[in-house]
Design a protein around this ligand. Structure first.
Ligand code: FAD
Ligand code: ZN
Length: 472
């Protein structure tokens, strides 16, 4: 095997000056995950500027069996993009590959390099009166390549699907350094196995996505937002099914919030509760239409009146302006931000069939309270997709460190309940390093075996993001 110094000098030649970092301070942001959970080490950070440079780097790594840790915006929450602590591999950051290669309003498609920031893709689409619907809290930082590799979800999945349904084609560098030119803008293409699906949600373990062709949609011209108060979590799903029936395809978002979440957001990030009285549960819903006067305000008002009459909704407001709508969304974003000021917390990203959301919340609430009296669950999220971010905060009194030691027990309790309801332990954030052992615990052996075979077929030497999703 070649010496490290020889590998580094070959890698240095594969990129320009801006593309090769070995200085510890300059490498640090690439080695650390945002939440601070993981802090790894690397021989170097490579920042290629083209697909050919990516291919050259991967070839060198394949020949020298050097592990590669692909990285986008590094906003992932599962430890997927950061290297291990042993420092034996390189980080390959796509951040310089941020060009839009093509945008076609007639095809309703955009082809962009993997390092494009999500918000920039949204803007590029908007400039030609089209919508790229993926939207999430990290959109100012996360990248298209990262979104695809995690099959990101977010707030508009209900109407537009998750990233998987937005990808038409990809270009990728395989673990042996060859380039796969799979950029196609076809809606119909039944020519054998749909190989791009392996890379979507592959978390960088099967290859490096260098570009993608993505699906665009008509730009909404009217958006209506409502904030509704409920007295029972059991009513949430009945309300959702009514909303869907009443609005057809125009329901874009249906988010659940709890009183505890709103209190946290009010206390720590200064948002305002638009409803005077207090209720245990809230729904933030959005409808949109590509027609300027699509009549959705009227259907939303009718829906609200009917739901109040049926006793499902106790009180509610419909935003009178886009500023007021923004304030309502600010509550939803604020409760995520506020969590870090509320002591130790253990976070989960589960999904269950939509009809089982209330069952999950009730069962999990009872079970964790039995385990730790006074524990404070903050259940919120994209309940229209059955996706609940089930984050549990420590009791008001008590030690943070002691509480965090309970994480494995709490994971087991929460995940057992989700899986018992035919749910998933990771709805949208992926497996990475964080949930690798949970995955092994819950997935059927036959599925793990098939995943291992796919991994081995594409990456026989195991150099591509080793140890993520599957143990080596
Ligand atoms: P990274 O974190 O850099 O990487 C994620 C994974 O993809 C890693 O395994 C990495 O190795 C791999 N990878 C990255 N780029 C490539 C590439 N080009 N080729 C191959 N592999 C690659 N996620 C949601 O799904 N829904 C949400 O609503 C949501 N909200 C969030 C809110 C906040 C405030 C934050 C901080 C995160 C949120 N996330 C959410 C998580 C995160 O933003 C998404 O997972 C996002 O898709 C990650 O993109 P990234 O570019 O940051 O990827
Ligand atoms: Zn989410």
């Amino acid at each position: 095997m070649p010496q490290t110094s020889e590998i580094l000098s070959r890698l240095k030649q594969a990129v320009d000056d801006k593309g090769f970092i070995t200085d510890n301070t300059a490498m640090e942001p690439f080695l650390r995950e945002e939440r601070g959970t993981y802090f790894g080490a690397a021989l170097a950070v490579l920042r290629p500027n083209s697909t050919e440079e990516v291919a050259a780097i991967v070839k060198i790594c394949a020949e020298t069996k050097t592990p590669i840790f692909p990285q986008g915006g590094n906003t992932g929450l599962a430890g997927g993009a950061v290297p291990w602590e042993d420092g034996k591999g390189i980080v390959l950051s796509l951040s310089r590959m941020n060009r839009v290669r093509d945008i076609d309003p007639i095809d309703f498609s955009i082809t962009a390099e993997a390092g494009c920031i999500l918000a920039d893709i949204q803007k590029a689409a908007e400039a030609v009166d089209r919508l790229y619907p993926l939207s999430l809290g990290a959109e100012g930082t996360c990248q298209i390549g990262g979104n695809i590799s995690t099959n990101a979800g977010g707030i508009a999945v209900l109407r537009y699907g998750n990233t998987r349904s937005l990808v038409l084609g990809i270009e990728a560098v395989l673990p042996d350094g060859r380039i796969w030119h799979g950029l196609r803008a076809l809606r119909k293409d039944n020519t054998g196995y749909d190989l791009k699906q392996l890379f979507i949600g592959g978390e960088g373990t099967l290859g490096i996505i260098t570009a993608a062709t993505l699906r665009l949609f008509p730009m909404p011209k009217q958006i209506e937002t409502a904030f509704l108060a409920l007295s029972r979590v059991e009513d949430v799903m009945a309300l959702f099914s009514r909303a869907r029936q009443a609005s057809g395809d125009q329901l874009t978002a249906f988010e659940l919030l709890s009183r505890f979440g709103i209190d946290m957001a009010m206390k720590h990030v200064g948002v305002t509760d638009p409803i005077a009285a207090q209720y245990p549960w809230y729904v933030l819903m959005e409808m949109s239409s590509s027609e300027a006067n699509g009549g959705i305000k009227e259907s939303l008002e009718r829906f609200l009146a009917d739901s109040m009459e049926a006793g499902l909704v106790k009180d509610g407001v419909i935003a009178a302006s886009s500023n007021q709508a923004r304030d309502l969304w600010r509550i939803r974003e604020g409760l995520v931000e506020a969590q870090k000021y509320e002591g130790g917390s253990v976070k989960h990203d589960i999904s269950v069939p939509v009809s089982k959301v209330a069952t999950f919340i009730t069962r999990a609430g009872e079970a964790i309270e039995r385990h730790v009296p006074g524990i404070r669950p903050n259940a919120f999220g994209h309940v229209g997709d059955g996706n609940i971010h089930y984050n549990i905060h420590q009791p008001v009194e008590g030690e943070k460190a002691a509480f965090l030691k309970l994480q494995p027990d709490l994971n087991r309790i929460v995940h057992d309940i989700a899986v018992g309801l035919n749910g998933s332990i990771s709805a949208e954030h992926g497996i990475g390093r964080l949930k690798r052992d949970e995955l092994a615990h819950y997935k059927e052996p036959i599925e793990i075996e098939l995943m291992r075979r796919v991994k081995h077929a594409l990456d026989p030497d195991g150099i591509m993001n080793p140890g993520k999703i599957l143990a080596p």
